[in-house]
Design a protein around this ligand. Structure first.
Ligand code: ADP
Length: 393
């Protein structure tokens, strides 16, 4: 076995995957798990690739109250199950690579120092990503570590798509559109090349629709435009995030409603989007169930698809037309009704829906004429493992 530990560290959780990369291109899931409740009541679990449980444990209060304790517990478990000798490297999901990190990179002390400078660009995510990196550096100093960036895939965007219409001095300081979900987009671009090679060379819009949602316009598998911007708050409406918003609303809230910057930030990140509009939930499954009884849930669902359709229109303009549309992530892969609304809403661009295919989870869900519409499962963990293995070899 040639195991890669993939870590995705958030504020109170560390998601992890163990992936066997002995055969590149056909990576094998060995285990996936999550450590949750860091700082509260910690619990953790891991499952095999067939869904059977490896371990599921709630820890005594106070245990694993830091990222380092969580990572330590995961390492000890790997040692017991597989032997640390089989662990070749760790790959981290790092949200922000700034202007300089435009490809995965082997981590050393200098890299950590550079990544720390990017904390102000992603204050809610970057510190936790770094906590996992620094924990591993202490606990397993010899283990090679690689950082994979959510921003890197969008490094190919032209300036006209990347820059805001702000004074040049700010652009020079890095106040720009970076875009996110790049690890998922890189995986989809690879899958497209494997399965739809002709389409992969063309004009494709990928819709990554999960708790966080964004679109990427790809030309020959490279990003030329995306909906997320300087932060992961921009663009589409999301589970709890507002997405695209007139910035004057923020001045109004601070000046006239007396909200602090932190209060506005919390509202836009955590209390808006599907949750804010419905007043019920950020989860599409719950909103679907609630929609017949609660007009607010229906309104939230309608807004969600309306804004996806509008922004896809913008991506089509950036691409000068469209050859294919790909749905991915939790909502994109599972919510047939949302896909139907979007594809039907794109009739103006020549799309048509194969309703049976859409319900039966086949890859191609469009009719025989017009651009193709597809559903591709994403796999960010495999992408990170693949890139990590490539770097350490
Ligand atoms: P994250 O951005 O946290 O990785 P995911 O990609 O897992 O999120 O997507 C989570 C979203 O997917 C949630 O809104 C959830 O409601 C939605 N989802 C998951 N399964 C289904 C389903 N069967 N039908 C509709 N939505 C689903």
């Amino acid at each position: 076995m040639s195991l890669i530990l993939v870590l995705n560290a958030g504020s109170s959780s560390v998601k992890f995957a163990l992936i066997d990369t002995s055969q590149m291109g056909v990576e094998r899931d060995v285990a996936r798990g999550v450590f949750e409740g860091i700082g509260q009541v910690p619990r953790w679990s891991a499952k095999r690739s067939d869904g059977r449980s490896f371990v599921s444990e709630t820890l005594p209060d106070g245990y694993a109250s830091t990222h380092q304790e969580a990572v330590s517990r995961i390492l000890a478990w790997i040692d017991l199950q597989f032997g640390l000798g089989n662990l070749k490297a760790a790959g981290h999901r790092v949200v922000h690579g700034g202007r300089d990190f435009i490809a995965p990179v082997r981590i050393d002390a200098l890299t950590v120092a550079e990544l720390k400078k990017l904390v102000p660009l992603a204050p809610l995510h970057q510190p936790h990503n770094l906590a996992a990196i620094e924990s591993l550096a202490v606990l397993a100093a010899e283990l090679p570590q690689v950082a994979c960036f959510d921003t890197a895939f969008h490094a190919t965007m032209p300036d006209v798509a990347r820059n805001f219409a702000l004074p040049r001095a700010l652009t020079a300081k890095g106040v720009k559109r970076y875009g996110f979900h790049g690890i998922s987009y890189a995986y989809i671009a690879h899958e497209l090349r494997q399965t739809e090679p002709e389409l992969a060379k063309g004009r494709v819009v990928v819709a990554h629709l999960g708790n966080g949602s964004s679109l990427c316009a790809m030309l020959d598998g490279r990003s030329v435009a995306t909906t997320m911007g300087f932060s992961a708050l921009d663009g589409l409406m999301m589970g709890t995030r507002a997405g695209l918003l007139d910035p004057a609303v923020i001045f109004y809230l601070m000046r006239d409603e007396g909200m602090s910057a932190t209060e506005v930030e919390t509202m836009l990140y955590q209390k808006s989007g599907l949750l804010g509009v419905s007043g019920i939930s950020s989860d599409m499954r719950i909103l679907r169930q609630a929609a017949s009884l609660h007009p607010e849930a229906r309104e939230a669902l309608n807004m969600f698809s309306y804004r996806i359709i509008r922004e896809i229109g913008s991506m089509i303009a950036a691409l000068g037309g469209i050859d294919g549309l790909v749905f991915t992530a939790g909502i994109g892969e599972n919510d047939a009704e949302l896909r139907a609304d979007v594809v039907n809403g794109l009739g103006f661009a020549g799309f048509s829906l194969d309703a049976d295919a859409n319900l039966s989870k086949t890859r191609k869900i469009s009719g025989s004429t017009g651009p193709g519409a597809f559903v591709f499962p994403t796999n960010e963990e495999v992408m990170i493992a693949r890139e990590t293995a490539a770097i350490v070899q």
